[in-house]
Write a protein that binds this ligand. Structure first.
Ligand SMILES: [Zn+2]
Length: 173
């Protein structure tokens, strides 16, 4: 992960102390580029549909691997708008935000997962990015021990006892 050459001026990068850690940095005077390696935000949807949780298998994934619908944010898009857009694009479903589940670092891919609970209805139309979906009743849903599985675990543990933090969709102005 990272660059060998400065993406601004193409000088070979060197290790330099920045913000308390050694990081790839540009040695050229006046450039000052530092590769911080900041994580990329990713939105994820726990979709309730037809009385069950809807999981999806991405194109090329192993046969048995199903997870949450996820996606990247567009420039200047709020996470709330992004998660509903991804649900629509990937499954064809009209979603409604129920609440924010939490934020989860996904070290393996240097991402920060922002997970939302979404209720959706209507017929499913898979996008090219998905190979299959399946409906799992909430009581049979088992969180997987990485990535979006952490959000599923919290969502299940929280059950209906603690109200989820309310989410008000807002525009990115
Ligand atoms: Zn440079």
């Amino acid at each position: 992960m990272g660059f060998q050459f400065c993406p601004r001026c193409a000088t070979p990068l060197v290790e330099r102390e920045a913000g308390g850690k050694a990081r790839p940095a540009c040695p050229k005077e006046g450039c000052g580029y530092v590769f911080w390696g900041n994580p990329t935000p990713v939105v994820a949807a726990i979709i309730e549909h037809d009385g069950a949780v809807l999981l999806a298998r991405g194109r090329g994934w192993p046969e048995k691997l199903f997870a949450l619908v996820t996606g990247f944010l567009e420039a200047n898009e709020t996470p709330e708008a992004a998660v509903l857009r991804e649900v629509k694009e990937e499954t064809g479903l009209e979603g409604e935000l129920v609440g924010f589940v939490g934020a989860y670092p996904f070290e393996l891919r240097n991402e920060l997962i922002l997970a939302f609970h979404v209720r959706a209805s209507g017929p499913i139309t898979l996008s090219d990015e998905l190979e299959a979906t399946k409906h799992i009743p909430k009581e049979r849903l088992k969180p997987w021990p990485f990535g979006t599985g952490m959000a599923v675990r919290d969502w299940l543990e929280r059950g209906d006892l603690v109200p989820e933090r309310a989410v008000t969709p807002r525009s990115a102005s």
